[in-house]
Design a protein around this ligand. Structure first.
Ligand SMILES: [Zn+2]
Ligand SMILES: [Zn+2]
Length: 122
């Protein structure tokens, strides 16, 4: 390799990219998560899909801030940017944020069904 000819000793190529590198290296050497550009969003040191990061439902960026949707009560992970926006920060989807903005007092279908279900069980 050209660089090695010039006396660089520790030159190595990431054959197959960072994921291959992580597969081959013992996990101790890699802490944290690696963002990948597919629906896993990020993978941890064992190449398992991330549970810390999901794509923010509002903007599609990786998000790791847990919220519970004020509209439908579903948990969601948002990004920091969307958390700054009043009508996005408490909702799990574009649809919910839209509905929530229109009628902040109303709950979604899910909420009603859930309520009925718990009441019927008693
Ligand atoms: Zn976002
Ligand atoms: Zn929702």
């Amino acid at each position: 390799m050209e660089l090695q000819d010039k006396g660089y000793k520790n030159v190595f190529q990431l054959d197959g990219g960072i994921l291959k590198y992580m597969e081959e290296k013992p996990r101790e050497e890699f802490k944290g998560e690696c963002f990948v550009f597919d629906n896993r969003v990020a993978v941890d040191a064992d190449l398992k899909p991330s549970t810390t990061y999901k794509l923010c439902p509002h903007c599609g960026q990786p998000g790791n801030i847990k919220i519970e949707c004020k509209r439908c009560d579903e948990p969601a992970l948002l990004c920091e940017a969307c958390l700054e926006l009043e009508w996005k920060k408490d909702t799990c989807s574009k649809n919910c944020s839209y509905q929530y903005e229109l009628h902040p007092d109303r709950k979604g279908k899910h909420q009603v069904l859930h309520y009925e279900a718990t009441r019927l069980r008693k």
